[in-house]
Every structure is written in structure tokens, then in C-alpha cells.
Design a binder for this molecule. Structure first.
Ligand SMILES: [Zn+2]
Length: 63
């Protein structure tokens, strides 16, 4: 049986972060190419960097 392959992203993974401003949790992609802001309070959670994002929020877990 052939295995389904969706996202072939060897360097990508998701991060569960907690906003330090309002405390809401959000999933962000580790190789996001642009700034990620909190959906609730608009605080910057991560900024895009050269090869990977720079996190500004607390990481709860990665998956
Ligand atoms: Zn927030």
C-alpha cells in the first residue's frame, strides 16, 4: 500500500506558543517566512529570520 505524503518539509515543524501579552495559545510553523502575530492581541510572537524564525513567545511544545 502506498503511503500518502502531504507536506514534505524536513526542516519544518509546528510550535505551540503562548502569547506573553494575553496568554492565548497559538500554533506557528517553525519556518514561517514572515512575522507571526498573536490573533488576539496582535503582539509579535515570532519574526522571520535568515533560515528560521526568531521566537518572541514562550514555546509550550513542538510537533
Ligand atoms: Zn496575545
Amino acid at each position: 500500500m502506498k503511503k500518502m505524503e502531504f507536506a514534505k518539509e524536513p526542516k519544518g515543524f509546528f510550535l505551540r506558543v503562548k502569547c506573553s501579552g494575553c496568554g492565548s495559545e497559538q500554533n506557528i510553523f517553525s519556518s514561517a517566512s514572515r512575522t507571526v502575530k498573536c490573533l488576539s492581541c496582535n503582539q509579535v510572537l515570532a519574526e522571520s529570520g535568515a533560515s528560521k524564525i526568531k521566537l518572541k513567545a514562550k514555546v509550550l511544545k513542538s510537533f
